[in-house]
Design a protein around this ligand. Structure first.
Ligand SMILES: Nc1ncnc2c1ncn2[C@@H]1O[C@H](COP(=O)(O)OP(=O)(O)OP(=O)(O)O)[C@@H](O)[C@H]1O
Ligand SMILES: [Mg+2]
Length: 588
């Protein structure tokens, strides 16, 4: 096969270096191609440089170092035609500086012999400097002495090419170097990702679409108490707290269907020893190069401690609210107890009269069985009729019994509501009867509103049960009712000149249940509307508010995957709206 030659545009043979020792002379040297027919027979046409390098994943910058200007230029032209960006330098010192720079090229064609610093020394120094990126170096030489080649490779060169060379072979060798660089870069990037994944202070996991773990980091293993080996044998469903699973599966389904980009939730995991721990989890979908869903990537933050503290804070706020209501509640219980007592006293005083009548009635029954009634019995009954106020007895005794029963029922209702309300509540979501919870809370809060307002309800009798934490929901409604009553009190004072109105409504909207609490109170001024859900924001005097009511309501509603917002007009009143999802999905 004909040795390839590459002619200069002028058709001249270029690149000989007379100053080189005889055995290093590039006598055939480089020749710049001028015509397509100058390329070896059967070789593919060189790529059009205007399109850049055909493989976009490969590095495109190459350093060409040659002290012979003609050889340098012709090699540069060739590489440009192959789609490379060429940096040309005319000596070894400049080549080394470029290669050691942080943003220098990853590919280099180095003339073996240069007067200041030759190719092998450049290779040695680049390797010794251990640049942050790998530089693929090809020595260009006319030498064919095998010892020299070994020496060059040992100095750190990756490859060499002999002059005169086939231009396509040069490009192919450079492309091969580019592939190695790209591969190394990919490997380095994977290693960086892996070490970031592994060292992260947050649990990280990758699962396939069925939930089998593909990769887990040590933080997650420590959090769940599993060894890496054991955790990798599990499916996420096996370590998810059973009550949280359906919500998780729904969220993942939504990721696959594309209806959400990330899925965030607070959920419980089961540790190896069976105990449960809380985590804030952010899951995203990993797609294949062709865009198809391939895996789930989850970031898992341990929030067990925070959940306990929040739970304690909520319980404390609830007890504080109940504490504030306690005086009123005792009054609520005291009033019916008082008239139950009065009525019972009345029945006690009335009893001898009734007892006398019963005894007379029995005697009359016995006498009439034996014959006519004795005159003594008849006169005794007449005396009783005169003494007893029969009309009064017939009217008042049933009333006293009725009222007593009602009073006892009222006390029982308050006590039951208090019990339901102050119960710490289960950690489990259950199906909440929202209307019942509203009635309970209105009863408990009675003393907070009854002097300043009427409470009306318009509750949808067909409201479905809502999944959630019943205790938390009661607390939200209580906070809204108290706020409403306090806002009305600002308008009506002690209520002696007329009361305001609180209206509580519920309705069913497809996948949601909506609850609203409206008041005819002072309204929320524009200037503070953005702040009312902030923890500890209050406009109330010391002792009346701590600014926790709406902040807690907000976090409880979000925990149910719902929304809370309000409409307000200063001087007219405020309506707070809550929407809770019927599906077990957390907002994310
Ligand atoms: N229905 C309402 N009408 C008018 N203003 C309201 C109403 N609800 C809340 N606000 C305003 O929002 C602020 C924050 O309410 P939030 O319930 O969080 O705290 P608070 O009532 O001040 O104190 P806490 O609830 O802890 O006793 C209130 O101080 C008040 O200014
Ligand atoms: Mg409040």
């Amino acid at each position: 096969m004909r040795q390839s030659v590459w002619r200069s545009p002028a058709g001249t043979r270029v690149g000989s270096k007379d100053k080189r020792p005889e055995n290093q002379r590039m006598d055939d040297s480089l020749q710049v191609p001028s015509e397509a027919e100058d390329q070896p027979a059967g070789s593919a046409p060189l790529p059009d440089s205007s399109r850049g390098h055909p493989d976009k994943r490969l590095p495109t910058q190459v350093l060409v170092a040659d002290d012979d200007p003609v050889a340098r230029e012709s090699m540069s032209e060739l590489l440009k035609d192959c789609g490379y960006d060429v940096i040309r330098v005319s000596n070894g010192t400049d080549a080394l500086r470029r290669l050691q720079a942080n943003d220098g090229p990853c590919l280099a064609l180095l003339d073996w012999m240069m007067p200041d610093l030759d190719g092998t020394h450049i290779c040695q120094q680049v390797r010794a400097a251990q640049t942050s990126r790998y530089v693929y170096m090809i020595l260009v030489t006319a030498r064919d002495d095998p010892k020299a080649v070994v020496e060059a490779l040992n100095a750190g060169a990756d490859d060499y090419i002999r002059k005169p060379f086939n231009p396509q072979e040069l490009c192919a060798r450079l492309d091969a170097g580019g592939r190695i660089i790209a591969q190394r870069a990919l490997q380095e990037s994977e290693e960086r990702f892996y070490s970031a994944f592994e060292c992260a202070g947050m649990g990280m996991a990758m699962t396939d679409l069925s939930g089998d773990f593909l990769q887990v980091n040590q933080t997650l293993c420590d959090f769940l108490g599993y060894s890496k080996e054991d955790l990798l044998k599990k499916n996420f469903q096996q370590i998810t707290f059973p009550a949280d699973l359906s919500e998780n599966l729904l969220g993942l389904q939504q990721l696959i269907s594309g209806s959400r980009k990330t899925y965030q939730t607070e959920k419980r995991y089961l540790q190896r020893d069976g105990s449960s721990v809380w985590a804030h989890v952010i899951v995203s979908l990993v797609r294949n190069a062709d865009g198809r869903p391939a895996a789930f990537f989850a970031q898992i933050q341990d929030i067990t401690e925070r959940r306990h503290l929040e739970e304690q804070l909520r319980q404390a706020q609830k007890l504080e609210a109940i504490g504030q209501l306690a005086a009123g509640i005792s009054h609520e219980i005291n009033t019916p107890t008082q008239y139950v007592s009065d009525n019972t006293m009345f029945l006690k005083q009335t009893w001898p009269v009734i007892q006398e009548f019963i005894c007379l009635a029995r005697r009359m029954h016995e006498e009439s069985a034996a014959g006519p009634l004795s005159p003594a019995t008849i006169s005794q009954f007449g005396a009783w009729l005169q003494k007893a106020d029969v009309e009064y007895l017939l009217g008042e005794v049933p009333k006293a019994i009725e009222q007593s029963l009602e009073g006892v029922q009222r006390v029982a209702k308050i006590v039951r509501a208090m019990k339901e309300f102050s119960h710490p509540g289960s950690e489990e979501k259950s199906a909440i009867d929202i209307n019942h919870a509203i009635h309970t809370t209105i009863t408990v809060a009675c003393n907070a509103w009854k002097y300043v307002s009427e409470v009306e309800t318009n509750l949808d009798p067909n409201l479905p049960l809502v999944p959630g934490f019943a205790g938390g929901f009661n607390q939200v409604i209580l906070n809204l009712l108290i706020n409403a009553a306090q806002a009305i009190a600002q308008v009506v004072g002690d209520g002696s000149g007329g009361k305001g109105t609180i209206l509580v409504t519920t309705r069913h909207l497809e996948d949601w249940v909506e609850i609203s609490v409206s008041d005819t109170g002072s309204g929320i001024p524009e200037a503070i509307r953005a702040r009312v859900f902030e923890p500890f924001f209050t406009t109330k005097p010391l002792g009346q508010g701590t600014g926790q009511g709406l902040a807690l309501a907000h976090s409880l509603v979000r925990e149910h995957g719902g929304r809370i917002w309000f409409d307000s007009e200063v001087g007219k009143g405020t309506t707070f709206f809550i929407r809770l999802p019927l599906a077990l999905a957390t907002a994310g």
